[in-house]
Design a protein around this ligand. Structure first.
Ligand SMILES: C[S@@+](CC[C@H](N)C(=O)[O-])C[C@H]1O[C@@H](n2cnc3c(N)ncnc32)[C@H](O)[C@@H]1O
Length: 377
């Protein structure tokens, strides 16, 4: 959601215009698309409040596979042993030919694993997410591959294992491209569609992406020094000096931490308390402590931009800011704030037409917007 990969040429046009050497700080790096686009050309510091984003940026720019790195088949063999050991035998499984009613019974049984007491440590997804975005079988594999990844935590290729697992989770998920809500099989057609995803193999998607990463990644370290953090943007700017900041903050009222909480939990694997409402865990099984971005809250967004501009000014950097004409604050208001704070800088505005994903599975999948780039240098 909000990835700039489709308009990367437009973003790079802006960055090229203001860049005068030094590090490019991608202050809200999200999917790491900028790190992927320019990491071979200049040093990038990727920052985002969400930990999964650091993993993605590091996969682009820090990972390399020397002869000691494990192959996908070695990783899968280890995971398979764990899956076979951990599988509980009372659970009901999905089949390609099952009926609507049997399917919904299985879904309910799997969801109840939330109350099951597991007698081994690496069971977070099996417990919290069976019968939601993923089946119990898929969750078993997610937990097992995550457990295997932990063995390689201090190795340079560790982010590639987790990124490949995120890819597998995305392709096997029955949701609509995010983890805010999973679908219920209320009709024959939604049941048939969800069943397709229930029968997908996390293992196969994991292997496919991991092998691709190995193929396109060098065998030795990138000669350019990249870095990454998971800080609030204000704290990140306090530690940055004299480069170019690319800022792509959230545009709308939905919090990334709600849409991608499952990725955050995968990376942190910290057994979070789940959000509770009126005595029950909420349907989306969100982490209780989720980041609430000031850019997504109407009463806080103006101050958030003031603090962004002041932080950039104090860091003696140039700024390229992405925003769109349907955001939480108008383009004119951003221009006015920037003119007050950057009185001695040139301020230019570039625009392009773009389509935002709405992340539904139905007709209204995109919305036409104007993407804007403020260049301040
Ligand atoms: C529009 S997305 C960035 C997309 C990214 N440029 C890409 O191409 O994938 C905005 C990002 O801001 C992050 N974010 C929100 N509030 C933040 C804060 N206070 N500090 C740092 N990052 C924040 C979100 O986690 C999200 O990944």
């Amino acid at each position: 959601m909000g990835s700039k990969s489709k308009i990367m040429d437009f973003v790079l046009e802006g960055i090229n215009q203001v860049f005068d050497g030094g590090v490019v700080c991608d202050l809200f790096s999200g999917s790491g698309s900028l790190a992927g686009a320019i990491g071979q050309q200049c040093p990038v510091h990727s920052n985002d409040i969400q930990s999964y984003s650091k993993i993605l940026a590091d996969t682009y720019n820090k990972v390399y596979f020397d002869k000691n790195a494990p192959s996908s088949s070695k990783l899968i063999k280890q995971a398979e042993r764990i899956v076979n050991k951990n599988r509980v035998d009372f659970i009901e499984y999905y089949s390609k030919t099952m009926s609507f009613n049997t399917f919904n019974n299985v879904e309910n049984i799997q969801k109840k694993l939330l109350n099951h007491k597991f007698d081994y440590k690496w069971h977070l997804f099996s417990k919290n997410y069976s019968g939601t975005w993923w089946s119990y079988e898929q969750c078993l594999w997610i937990d097992a591959i995550r457990q295997v990844a932990e063995k390689y935590k201090n190795q340079v290729f560790y982010p590639a294992i987790l990124s490949s697992l995120m890819f597998g989770m995305a392709y096997a998920s029955q949701g609509t491209g995010h983890y805010a809500q999973y679908r219920d099989a209320k009709t024959q057609s939604s049941f048939r569609d969800i069943l397709i995803y229930r029968n997908r193999s996390i293992k196969d998607y994991f292997v496919r992406k991991f092998d691709e990463i190995v193929k396109y990644t060098p065998e030795s370290a990138n000669s350019i020094q990249h870095s990454s953090t998971t800080l609030d943007y204000r704290d990140c700017l306090k530690g940055f000096q004299g480069g170019t900041v690319y800022a792509d903050p959230p545009y709308c009222f939905v919090h990334y931490s709600r849409f991608y909480h499952a990725l955050e939990t995968l990376v942190l694997y910290d057994f979070p308390n789940l959000q509770v409402q009126r005595g029950s865990v909420v349907k989306g099984r969100y982490r209780e402590e989720r980041h609430q971005s000031p850019f997504c809250i109407k009463s806080q967004v103006t101050k958030a931009f003031i603090e962004l501009f002041e932080g950039v000014k104090n860091s003696n950097s140039n700024l390229v800011l992405s925003y769109c004409n349907t955001g939480m604050i108008s383009i004119d208001e951003i221009r006015e704030i920037s003119q007050i704070i950057f009185q001695d800088k040139r301020i230019e505005l570039l625009t392009t037409d773009h389509q935002h994903m709405t992340l539904g599975r139905k007709e209204d999948r995109t919305r036409d917007v104007k993407e804007c780039l403020f260049l301040i240098y």
